[in-house]
Design a protein around this ligand. Structure first.
Ligand code: ADP
Length: 431
């Protein structure tokens, strides 16, 4: 394999896909790994995104996993490291954004320039902007965006210099909008000044894609970059790469088509209804029924498979547990939130696996947690990132023993992504 250009470490699964998608759109050939790979990658690619699940781990574990990912990426020859976190800067008072950033900087210390790094969650395409160090979500500041009530990572301060400083030993500074607007040379001059002032990490303002594109050339030789997925749009050009359709090329699609949906988000519920209205066969799963059938020793996945097999030859089928919030709440009250979620995830993952074993080779999965469960059930270790279907959601291609030797095309759609006709659009995109 040729040397990797960009080695990325993402702190969650769907965020990793989001970053990979932006890199592909800017022309890089990208593979996303599910967790830390246990061997070198064979493919000739430009960037790897290692998807960890480290966002809310205890700090020491998040650091250990991130360093292991760093060492693996360095062994692949990665020329620059990118630590990717959420565009709403999801972190606790302890971290993990600050501590992981510093651990990576420490580990990269022999390299020139590793005494300084930047942090920007700006993702203007997704309404995340940073101005005077403050993070906006749409029209409002981060701490008024709903993120102040997040169950795991409540964000109660929009001032990112302050938020990151509370997590860091190094001094945190700011490269503000007036500097970014002047372009890369001004950014570099500002970085030199900050260095003299003893600053180790700078929050960078960006309110538009143009800002991110102006910023990127100033980052060309920085060993470590940190940010949301937006920062990625300008980086491929630093390696002389321009957008091209070959970056997203996947092997031709084969086999039958299916959608497995465990997301109860508003957008997914609309997508499920639109797909049914378009005349496609659909099997609705009810969490309470699953629990009853399992208690009676019945195999729900086998039942769904028996329903699907005669239909697969005629076009895509849909299996869904997606339901209105009132229905889900009632189920959760009876089974418990975690138990209901785990039961449905396990069932849908078994169904996805059975469908692939019986010839489905184009699989749409709706739901972040549901996607994680399906990828695990299919024992997928890495995916080549292909063309975008809707913002943040690309088709991917993966090898799995259930689909030997041709592999499968799959797309993993988190909750509120995608237009109402997403499922039909996805299959059309692949054709
Ligand atoms: P999203 O990306 O929309 O948040 P996820 O898959 O991450 O979707 O989360 C949806 C959660 O809801 C999963 O744990 C899933 O198993 C659970 N779930 C799905 N359908 C039902 C249902 N009908 N009743 C109860 N829980 C459900």
């Amino acid at each position: 394999m040729k040397k990797l250009l960009l080695g990325c470490i993402a702190d969650d699964f769907t965020g990793a896909t989001d970053l990979a998608n932006n890199l592909v759109r800017a022309g890089m050939r990208v593979v996303q790994t599910i967790g830390l790979p246990d061997q070198p990658l064979a493919a000739d690619i430009d960037a790897v995104v290692v998807a960890l699940k480290s966002r809310t781990l205890p700090v020491d574990q998040a650091i250990a996993q991130s360093l292991a990912a760093l060492h693996w990426l360095q062994a692949q020859g990665a020329q620059q490291i990118y630590f990717k976190y959420c565009s709403t800067f999801d972190s606790t008072a302890q971290g993990n954004i600050g501590p992981v950033t510093e651990a990576l900087m420490d580990a990269l210390a022999p390299l020139p320039g590793s005494d300084f790094s930047i942090a920007t969650p700006a993702f203007p395409d997704n309404q995340r902007t940073v101005f005077k160090g403050h993070l906006f979500v749409g029209e409002v500041l981060l701490h008024e965006s709903g993120m102040q009530n997040h169950p795991l990572t409540p964000m109660t301060d929009a001032n990112l210099v302050r938020v990151l400083q509370a997590q860091c030993r190094r001094k945190v500074g700011l490269i503000d909008y007036t500097v970014v607007a002047q372009g890369a040379a001004a950014v570099q001059a500002r970085m030199a000044t900050l260095r003299e002032q003893g600053v180790g990490i700078a929050i960078v303002d960006a309110i538009s894609n143009d800002d991110l594109l102006r910023l990127a050339p100033a980052l060309k030789t920085m060993p470590l970059l940190t940010g949301g997925s937006g920062l990625a749009i300008g980086l491929p050009a630093n390696f002389g790469i321009t957008p091209s359709s070959t970056a997203s090329a996947l092997p031709p699609a084969t086999g039958w088509q299916a959608v497995v949906s465990g997301s109860c988000s508003l957008a997914t519920n609309r997508q499920v209804q639109a797909f049914i209205q378009a005349g496609h066969p659909a099997f609705a799963l009810d969490a309470l029924q699953i629990a009853e059938k399992e208690a009676a020793g019945m195999d729900v996945a086998a039942e769904v498979l028996a329903w699907a097999i005669p239909k697969l030859g005629q076009g895509p089928v849909l299996v869904y547990s997606s339901a209105d919030p009132t229905v889900v709440k009632a189920v959760q009250a009876q089974l418990g939130v975690e138990k209901a979620g785990a039961l449905v995830e396990r069932t849908l993952a078994a169904i996805a696996r059975a469908l692939v074993q019986h010839g489905v080779r184009q699989l749409v999965v709706a739901g972040g947690e549901t996607s994680g469960a399906c990828v695990q059930a299919l024992a997928i270790q890495h995916m080549k990132i292909g063309p975008q279907i809707d913002p943040g959601v690309p088709w991917c291609y993966a090898q799995t023993e259930a689909a030997n030797p041709e592999g499968i095309h799959l797309t993993l759609k988190s909750g509120n992504f995608g237009t109402d006709d997403f499922f039909s659009k996805a299959f059309a995109r692949l054709a």
